[in-house]
Design a protein around this ligand. Structure first.
Ligand code: UDP
Ligand code: MG
Length: 323
């Protein structure tokens, strides 16, 4: 497999270019080992390499370290945000600045094993435009995270027209033509896992076992992931609000049947005063459902509001290593 991609033609000046996109938020503890591992693995590839790192408003010395590395190594490029904007804007920025013919977003913590890049490149050379890296085991995740992730992918794919493969993170290779489509997508709400899949094209998968974080700790707790999941579904499906129509119809139909029942009963058996329980149940139930769908509508309106404001996705404070 490696023969395809390992340096064979020495004086090849128009080599294809590979861009790695690395969002980094407080990653100073992993930066040295990240560069060491990645650059070593990609030492002999027959591509021009560029590593676009985005400092997502880190509060530790991530930026200083990145500056040092960028000064020593022309392949390392750095875009630094004015504050923490989040992983999705960081990846969007990296995409905006990357110039590769193939592009691979990769986490800084080595949970996306760099060795896999060689396999992905080989698949790309075979003619695939997208090469997903699927976690064959999630042993390093808690049971709760594994189960919730599974539910999320199932639910998402039921509700959305865009299919996202399960257990595939942001780690994947994408050809320039896929990236060009993604760059054109105008939305501010960037659920990258979905956006990466939206263009389609010919895809394949390579598998890996997800290792533990090399150093430091995760930036995502359960609450953040929950909100991320809701946001992902809301930006790729309007099925939740459509469900309101069907539920409304169903409840109306049921009420109609019940109304006929009460009217008939009243006509034939007279007025039956007690009814506190049934009234309370109906009022509370309907109140709950209405609030729920109001909330849902609000979620979508909030999204429209965010898009209409049209604020930039990120603010770049400094950048290094670009010509
Ligand atoms: N990250 C980022 N901005 C954030 C949070 C995370 O750029 O606000 C980066 C982080 O530095 C890492 C990647 O996103 O390179 C994945 O984060 P992490 O490893 O914490 O997530 P997990 O692997 O636990 O899902
Ligand atoms: Mg991680």
């Amino acid at each position: 497999m490696r023969e395809n991609i390992v340096n064979s033609a020495v004086n090849n000046t128009d080599k294809k270019r590979l861009s790695l996109l690395v969002p980094m938020y407080n990653e100073s503890s992993v930066i040295p080992i990240f560069f060491e591992t990645v650059l070593k693995v990609l030492e002999d590839i027959n591509y021009e390499l560029e590593v676009v790192c985005v400092n997502d408003g880190s509060r530790d010395n991530t930026l200083e370290l990145l500056k040092e590395y960028a000064a020593k190594d022309a392949r390392i490029k750095v875009v630094s945000f004015s504050r923490n904007f989040g992983k999705e804007p960081a990846m969007t920025a990296a995409l905006d600045y990357a110039t590769g013919d193939a592009i691979i977003p990769i986490d800084a913590d080595l949970q996306d094993p760099p060795e896999l890049i060689l396999e992905m490149l080989a698949k790309w050379e075979e003619g695939y435009d997208v090469v997903f890296a699927r976690r064959s085991s999630r042993d390093t995740d808690s049971r709760l995270k594994r189960n919730t992730a599974l539910w999320f992918y199932t639910l998402f794919n039921k509700m959305s027209d865009t299919y996202i493969p399960s257990n595939v993170g942001d780690y994947r290779l994408m050809d320039k033509k896929v990236i060009d489509v993604i760059r054109e997508l105008p939305e501010k709400d960037r659920f990258m896992k979905g956006l990466f899949c939206w263009p389609g094209f010919k895809d394949t998968t390579v598998e890996y076992a997800r290792p533990e974080r090399a150093e430091g700790e995760t930036k995502f707790n359960m609450w953040k992931l929950w909100n991320f999941a809701i946001s992902g579904i809301a930006s790729f499906s309007t099925m939740p609000i459509r469900a309101g129509i069907y539920l409304g119809l169903l409840i109306s139909a049921a009420s109609f049947v019940y109304a006929i029942f009460i009217i008939t009963k009243t006509i034939f058996f007279g007025v039956d005063v007690p009814g506190y329980a049934s009234i309370m149940v109906a009022v509370l139930f309907l109140g709950g459902i209405q609030m729920f769908f109001l909330g849902l509508l609000g979620e979508y309106i909030g999204r429209i509001y965010k898009e209409v404001k049209n604020r930039p996705l990120y603010v770049v404070a400094e950048k290094f290593g670009f010509e």
